[in-house]
Design a binder for this molecule. Structure first.
Ligand code: AMP
Length: 231
């Protein structure tokens, strides 16, 4: 049985995490966020954790070797049996090359969804973004989210905080890293014939954007023969 790999591609703040959370439920896919995995690793507070924190708080990318290892282990976990959504990976051509090999070796078809969002919108979104320190849910204080206007998590009541790398100076560094190191990955995808679907990630509610992506996934599955537990 073929699995499915959905690659959510786009700049920081383009809504990859939000879309992944909706889509994983629709299709029974595992949500693999390298950013979340790295933040989790930081909580151990050992030397590697401190190194990672320094890199991430500067808005730079963690080494390919480190993230490749995390992803390689993660995609073979039982919850990724029907397939998985990659959120924030690959972010360099070298990561994309490794991923292509991993997918080929496992015979997993992949679809790239490119969430396109204007930079001004991104800067606005990230400056209003808050995170729950307990369950990691992200909120946007300026948007119509469940806890819009309040500063507590609607799931567990924790006081929301600003993520260190959402501070203005760091956001600019993250956008630069995206432009220099991540955007070229799109050309790599094209060069290996990976199907890529552009989505306007700025207009419409997250649920409406997700519906469009769900249609694209269904079409792709029809063509590639990829099957899995749609819910
Ligand atoms: P994110 O939550 O996806 O915005 O990621 C937060 C930070 O984690 C990034 O700014 C990078 O420092 C690091 N990171 C996440 N994914 C990757 C990746 N695929 N390659 C390198 N660094 C990453």
């Amino acid at each position: 049985m073929n699995r499915l790999c959905l690659i959510l591609f786009g700049p920081p703040g383009s809504g990859k995490g939000t879309q992944a959370k909706i889509l994983r439920q629709s299709f029974g896919l595992a949500h693999i966020s390298t950013g979340d995995m790295l933040r989790e690793r930081i909580t151990t507070r050992d030397e590697l954790g401190r190194q990672l924190a320094r890199i991430m708080q500067a808005g730079a990318l963690v080494s390919d070797e480190m993230v490749n290892r995390l992803v390689e282990e993660r995609i073979d976990q039982p919850d990724a049996k029907a397939g998985f959504i990659l959120d924030g990976y690959p972010r360099t051509v070298s990561q994309a090359e490794l991923l292509t090999g991993l997918l080929k070796g496992r015979n997993i078809p992949a679809l790239v969804v490119h969430l396109k969002v204007d930079y001004n919108v991104i800067v606005n979104r990230l400056s209003g973004r808050r995170q729950c320190p307990t369950c990691n849910t992200l909120y946007n204080l300026s948007a119509s989210s469940p806890s819009s206007g309040s500063a507590v998590c609607s799931l567990d009541g924790s006081t929301l905080v600003i993520r260190e790398d959402d501070r203005p100076g760091v956001v600019l560094e993250r956008l630069k890293a995206y432009e220099r190191q991540t955007e070229p990955v799109l050309e790599f995808f094209a060069s290996v014939g990976m199907p890529c679907w552009d989505v306007d990630g700025a207009s419409g509610a997250p649920q409406a954007i997700a519906s469009g992506i769900e249609d694209a996934i269904r079409q792709f599955r029809g063509k590639s023969g990829a099957v899995g537990g749609e819910k």
